[in-house]
Design a protein around this ligand. Sequence first.
Ligand SMILES: NC(=O)c1ccc[n+]([C@@H]2O[C@H](COP(=O)([O-])OP(=O)(O)OC[C@H]3O[C@@H](n4cnc5c(N)ncnc54)[C@H](OP(=O)(O)O)[C@@H]3O)[C@@H](O)[C@H]2O)c1
Length: 326
Amino acid sequence: MRAIRYHEFGDPSVLELETVERLSPDADEVLVATRAIGVNPCDTLRRQGLWGDELPLIPGSDVAGVVERVGERVTRFDVGDRVFGTIPHLNVSGARGDRQGTYAEFVVAREDRLARLPDDVGFDVGAGLGLVGITAWRALLHFGDLEPGQTCLVHGGSGGVGHVAVQLAATLGATVVATASADHAPTVAELGADVVLDYRRDDLRDAVTDAASGGVDVVLDHMLGEYAQFDIDVSAYGGTVVAIGGNYDSPVIEDLTAAIGKDLTIQPMDMFNEPNIDVVLERLAHLLDVGRLTVEVARTYDLGDAAEAQRAVVEDSFPGKLVLVP
Ligand SMILES: NC(=O)c1ccc[n+]([C@@H]2O[C@H](COP(=O)([O-])OP(=O)(O)OC[C@H]3O[C@@H](n4cnc5c(N)ncnc54)[C@H](OP(=O)(O)O)[C@@H]3O)[C@@H](O)[C@H]2O)c1
């Protein structure tokens, strides 16, 4: 099969289109004929060697496609099922995860990494949802305990995680304040944000405070190094700041007393620690099915153009997700 692999860490040019052996599914695994592959910023961190992966590696966590074969212990899927999911492959949290990344024509995945893709939903949408959907779900629902009527601040509301988080928070009945580049504000508003603020505004802190009367109950922060003190300042008493990324080694907290006075929780999290990926995927699939959730697919690329897609995912400004097509 054709797959993208890299044999050394480095810039996008290390990604090579190769012909590699197709794996057979183990007893609890499914072989998926890939139709679309989501591209995530973490794919580029791994490519640079920041996760200490063993090489060579087929990158990628997100996939959508059609079940080609099932292992003998697989109970949830049959050949021909349309599926999507996300695969914590290799060296995640120090343990070996699944056997293969997703930038390939065929992917073996444990059945509990997948869910059925609703009939009317495109493979590109399914491929874009897995990783960011679980991240947003875990952040807002598992760690944020977001409730209807509360106020949620989503930094980077047009991003992969952000645009799903905006939709989940709106569906839940929260008041959603999001930040985004001005160009993408209309998209973020259409997805359900009550207020969208340009993150480049000099008076952003005051604008969020005005928009969130009584303070923000749950913050989804993808750049804690930049926004730690900001989050503390705009939070309500008893609020939660869920931190999913961004310079954890240098968050600038100038006034910790404000956080103490508010009994704040600052909660870093990693979506790959989610023990029930399949359960969350099934709930996300339901929301896709009933039209309460979608994925903005900004661009698709041929599998062979993975290097360009990985460059773009960190350098370009676009709403939603970039997707590869094998
Ligand atoms: N912990 C976890 O489990 C987990 C899971 C998923 C992702 N992550 C991390 O979370 C981050 C976001 O992931 P993603 O997939 O959503 O990335 P993404 O699709 O690239 O989105 C990033 C968003 O941040 C916006 N942004 C850029 N500079 C900003 C600023 N100064 N203030 C506010 N927003 C800004 C971007 O807008 P413009 O492009 O318009 O500037 C873009 O909308 C990444 O660092 C990723 O590695 C962590």
